[in-house]
Design a protein around this ligand. Sequence first.
Ligand code: UDX
Length: 470
Amino acid sequence: MSNTIRIAVVGSGYVGLVAAVCFAEMGHNVICVDNDQQKVDALRSGDCLIHEAHLPELLERYRNSRVRFTNDLGEATRGADAVFIAVGTPQGDSGVADLSYVEAVASEIARSLNSYTVIVEKSTVPVYTNEWIRRVMERNGVAKHLFDVVSNPEFLREGTAVRDFLHPDRIVVGTDSERAAAVLSKIYEPLTSGGYYEQPGAIDGFCTSSEPPPLLLTSTKSAEIIKHASNAFLALKISFINAVSNLCEAANADVEQVARGIGMDSRIGPRFLRPGIGYGGSCFPKDVAAFRCVAEELGVDFSLLAEVEKVNKDQKIRFLNKVRSALWTLRGKKLGVLGLSFKGGTDDIRESPAIELVRMLIAEGCSIRAFDPAAMTRAEHVLPAGSSLQYVSDEYAASNDVDALLILTDWSEFGRLDLQRLNRLMRYPIVVDGRNLYEPDVMLKNGITYFSVGRPTRHHMHELAATGTR
Ligand code: UDX
């Protein structure tokens, strides 16, 4: 087998597009397939379609050379050693993953196969999916020796997707076939050998040629469960710290200190312990629900996952109540909102807790001045501007003459505001921060009453009165 593998990637969403350009960066020849001709045309002409660091430069470097775009799945399959399925698995009824796109793609691949090809599940799928893909192949008359099915889950985060792909904590390859394992090992060899990290112009990250990422070989089913279990565990960590933050509020303790204290235990680790207004995005909500459904289908009691979801849902309501208690009543209040995307560094608003909160605040009779550095265009599609909602050009315009300013997304620039300017602009200097971007003392020094998550509230007026320094 030569070092350059011919790869087809089906689906040009976050996972598919990032995988396609990264495989090209690793030296492979890639053809990326999408059935949406407009998307194909846009990608061919260099439009990235998503807001993602390093993606524009890699797309520019490889488009129409090492990465080509097409809508012809049959042609792409016929020329490939491995076909990666990276199509959506949306949430269907009661949380079950809708696998109809995966099935449609598998049937079409089956109709085009003419030599040995590895079919790789890259989409997040329930544990029995590889078996179904295998059955679809066989039902379409594909001989057993012409294919293998592999699960190779992707752990990339939006905003750092390219770096996460090229500098992974681990590469998981689930297969029951040695031949398929050899193809996947070859594909990832530039990373696992460390060779990629010595390449001039390699994307920077924590992997190096002396510390390359490990490749973990497992059974197909274990790999499928690893993906769901990883996302569910991270969501659980977030819900856990959010529940602890509620306890801290009741006990007048500081959740940031508590999180630091827990996270220093190397068995727990400090990451994904940031309290806030709940997790969102295209993965955690959907994957926790899908994993819960898989457990139910298999007759396993995993009600812990339902609790994770409940804490996450309640966290938004708690925040709404926090705004209410800061302002006494909500009807008729004018609020500034900073952040609409589901987290900082992305324009993605899918399952964004910020969007949901804006909706709830409008329903309570508030009028909103909202700003987000990247997500306003997308937000306008689901929350059109009108008498209760205005989109404004920056953080200070959002603060102008408002009864309170709310921080809903952890964009780093929201943590570096000119607080004196903010204080002068707001009608009442009240900030309700759902992401704990400030030290309470700093807000107090700038004359701002500050509510955050899981920390004692600092009331500017009360504290001045107590120290006698008005
Ligand atoms: C996630 C997984 O991290 C990734 O491995 C998987 O492949 C896809 O899903 P992503 O959805 O891009 O990635 O975002 P992530 O950075 O994990 O954040 C998810 C949500 O959790 C965001 O709403 C974020 O604000 C929230 N979050 C994250 C917290 O509230 N606290 C934390 O400590 C971390």
